[in-house]
Design a protein around this ligand. Structure first.
Ligand code: FES
Length: 121
């Protein structure tokens, strides 16, 4: 993982209260549809691309969150493939991944970076 502290730009997206605990919302961030998930148990937010490469629809924010092998995942609401929320990697097909954006909570605000690991859709 690359850590650049000088050049990173955090984009303010919304308040933590705007998020659904253990679920996702979709945000349009500088033209990118981003699915943002809030997992209170981990006290963490995760941001991945909203586009589901299997169903070709912007639906991942509506997927069910869960935990597989200790990793937070979301299941596509269409064909149920699971995506690792930390990496964007599909669990059923390792050759497929969705963009995964750094995300954080700062002073009650949710912020992400658009420098995705993986290809932005
Ligand atoms: S930005 Fe979420 S559906 Fe269009």
């Amino acid at each position: 993982m690359t850590v650049t502290t000088m050049t990173e730009t955090w984009i303010d997206v919304c308040r933590v209260e705007d998020l659904e605990p253990d679920a996702g919302i979709c945000a349009l961030v500088e033209g990118h549809q981003v699915a943002i998930f809030y997992l209170p148990k981990l006290e963490e937010v995760f941001a991945i691309g909203n586009y589901d490469p299997f169903s070709h629809a912007n639906v991942l924010s509506r997927g069910l969150t869960g935990d597989i092998g200790g990793e937070p995942v979301v299941a596509s609401p269409v064909y149920k493939q699971h995506f690792n929320l930390r990496t964007g990697r599909c669990l059923e097909d390792k050759s497929i991944s969705v963009p995964c954006y750094p995300a954080r909570i700062t002073k009650g605000r949710v912020q992400i970076q658009l420098s995705a690991q993986g290809d932005p859709v």
